[in-house]
Design a binder for this molecule. Sequence first.
Ligand code: ATP
Ligand code: MG
Length: 395
Amino acid sequence: MVDHVIARYGEIILKGKNRTEFERLLIHNMQRALVDWPEVDIRKAGSRFSIYLNGAPVDAVIERLQRVFGLVSLSPVQAADLDLESIRDRVLQLLQSYKEQNGTAGSFKLEVKRANKRFPLTSPEVAQRLGALVLPRAREWKVDVHNPDLTVYVEIRDTEALVFGQKIPAVGGLPVGMSGRVGLLLSGGIDSPVAGWMAMKRGVRLEAIHFHSFPFTSERALQKVEDLAQILADWGGEVKLHVVHFTEVQTAIRKACKEELGITIMRRMMLRIADEIARRRRLLALCTGESLGQVASQTLESLRTINAVTNLPILRPLIAEDKVDIIRRARQIGTYETSILPYEDCCTIFVPRNPRTKPRLEEAEQAEQNLDIAGLVQRCVDELQTKSFTARRGH
Ligand code: ATP
Ligand code: MG
């Protein structure tokens, strides 16, 4: 019977205070991910964690932990007494369940690690004797130390031996909260949710910012963005969503600025507003789904002209990604199906006939002269609507 799960984390360079903080956040985030099973007990065991199930379903717990940023691998573990017969029985159980799952036996090797130096046998001795005890009772199995179908890990510890056959990969990265809070410009498209996910994977806590132009864009378009924020929260534990009412800004741009620069100026306004939200919310950076060359507004010239309105660092995790890879990632994290729903975005409603692909900074500044920038930013930020999303049970 599996009685606990080993959860490993990477980032071996972690030291001192950083390490303490990393572990504290990881425990907190794991507890959150496992709220459905209050009986589960998380304990630190050296430089990894032992997750005691106390009756909770092992597959569901592992599935949930695979999504916790910061964990790199998981192993369902059986504990044995510190004698070779009882270790042998656990090894036989593992071989048996492999056979049941795969329909056939195969080859295996034993990999023994001895943390308990008082145990009277060395690791190679344990492996040898254990092999001799196992093989007569597992006649369909062969030993293959180079390319086995199954590696059986045996760890000799102080009070027990641990036996496990799998290292199941987890998502990796850093625990959410480790890297501070960042404002994610979240549209209803495919890219920005993926960009936010990647930032979260590096420990960022997200505050999403969405520009909504009711009635030009519908309630359903907004619902779609809320759904995306919810999916991101299912991964990262908690995501705030700030909705900016952007209609006045878009109308003003249309009235006061050259049509061909409309998109550039709209983007500059978005960034100015995001910058002010970041100031008030004390966010350390912004994050977008921009990818070089993907659309007209994502040439380097355009990025430079847009970027010029803020001094904040802008994270662009997708800048060098191809669309097919972004789509693959979107499917994997579960945002794709929502992103492709057909509701209009505020960027698509006033698209000029001939948008400039290489808007110069001076031209943009010139075109904005008749725009009441400060007033528009102020009103948008004052009327912000904020919602919080937390991970749903069962996700
Ligand atoms: P996405 O798939 O993320 O919408 P995109 O390829 O459609 O990206 P654009 O529409 O040019 O690209 O938007 C570039 C980036 O600007 C987006 O990735 C997003 O970060 C931000 N953005 C665009 N529209 C909005 C919006 N309505 N609200 C918030 N951010 C937005
Ligand atoms: Mg878009």
